[in-house]
Design a protein around this ligand. Sequence first.
Ligand SMILES: [Zn+2]
Length: 106
Amino acid sequence: MNIPSEIIFGGHVVRIRLLSNEDIVSSDYTGSYIDREKLIRLDNSPDLPESVQAETFMHEIDEMIKHTFSLDISHKDLTVMSEARFAIIRNNKLDFTDTRRWVEPK
Ligand SMILES: [Zn+2]
């Protein structure tokens, strides 16, 4: 996945930094979101599977949404939602940026 260096969310620019695992928090983490800095940090270690990094990106986006809107959702539920949405989007090659209207095949 081509991970952008920043995303726009509401009135904020959220930066995305690719780091070695040691710089994240601990070896158990593959990413983190720091609300005060509007910063998503992702593990970019060469041994990390691409799918794990991409799903972590979605997870940290969900952490950002949870934090911004003070959602009352457990980390377990957030993890299920981000993992499931990632799988559906990737496995079906869904492109939400395609604005063409669906036309039934003939
Ligand atoms: Zn999390």
